[in-house]
Ligand binder design. Sequence first.
Ligand SMILES: [Zn+2]
Length: 432
Amino acid sequence: MSSCARSSEEGSKRRWRLRTIGAALALVAVGGGLSAAPPPAVQDSAPAAAACRTKSVAITFDFEGASPARCVIHGEREFTLVITPEHGLPINPSPWYAFRYRAEPGEEPVIHLSYLGARHRYAPKWSDGKQSRELAVQTSEDGTRATFRLPAGWAIVSAQEIVDAGAYRRMIARWSRGRHGTRLILGRTLDRRPIEAVLLGRADAPRLVLLIGRQHPPEVTGAVAMEAFVDRIAGLLAADHKLADRYQFLVVPLLNPDGVALGHWRANRGGKDLNRDWGAFTQPETAAVRQWLDRRASAVHPVLMIDFHSTQRNLFYVQGEEAGAAGERFLASWLAGKEQALTGYPFTIERRDANPGGGTAKNWFYAAYGVPAYTYEVADTADREATRAAARTLAADLLGALDGAENSLGVQMTPRAARSTSPSLPIPSNSP
Ligand SMILES: [Zn+2]
């Protein structure tokens, strides 16, 4: 019995070695996808990736958001997916994966994820379109491999829940339904996808708030927060016409539609991290927002920018010492003191001095307009309902905080004219 167990263990080790070799071979086979150059443009929206099929199990990557993983078959019901980034290393380690499967009844198929240049970060989310849940997963000691089993039937398994272009279309339709919502197309991506936005409030309202989302494709919890946040803002503006006369919101919930459709870890189709492109504006996505800002009426002034992301924990990156009195009042009124006050959503406030040439939306907006520009970071594992509830509360508190910062002590958050930014400084690759 014990020798049988031992030999099975040795067999298992051997299988692991074979798997590693198989994975390495698969990497050789897809080597072209790992070069620093961006991949060639494709006409269709589905990423090109090999499917894995045995008699009883099929694994496919045939939908928007599926990752370009390669698949290695070890047996009738055992597979390795090699999870690779969209461009060469280094890349921010947000190893996205997503696939569809169909399994005939029988023993639960085993999936190994083998990560290139990253460690396992996202627990697998299983969804059959009606129900969804997280699958139990085991990871190797060094975190470069993860293993889980698939329930029989069919489903999509992904690193985080799928929030794709269809979901954004529904959000945008909802937000632009009222009389104070206008759907806009700011531009087109390299793959010709529309860069969609909604303008909430009157287009001649003097105070402009910018809300940006999904620069980084895997950062779905930021998207969860943003949806609830914008729902509340849209509701407030619809209910109070005076608010809509004073404030307008440009909402760009999906700034990187190509990256989301292609299952990227970080970049757009051009192989660029969009949140390092503010200031240079070399990419159509960032340039489209800049162009819209440049064309706005001169009586319309930005007063705030919020950029939604995800990271290990809930936090807000805000201005450092340069915030100024009005910026400090806004921070104190909107966020300070609430770090432990939102049920199930503790957060911290991280002050970061501007690094204007670093290319983040936060720093560019601050440098260009001198108004609060925050990064709203939601933990990867944040409870989704608590995230939504916190976002609704923070949205409800926002306009009062803006009014207070502007009116109290007679000091205004005087917007400055856009100015050019200073040369690039290095910023850590794990920052937003
Ligand atoms: Zn991010």
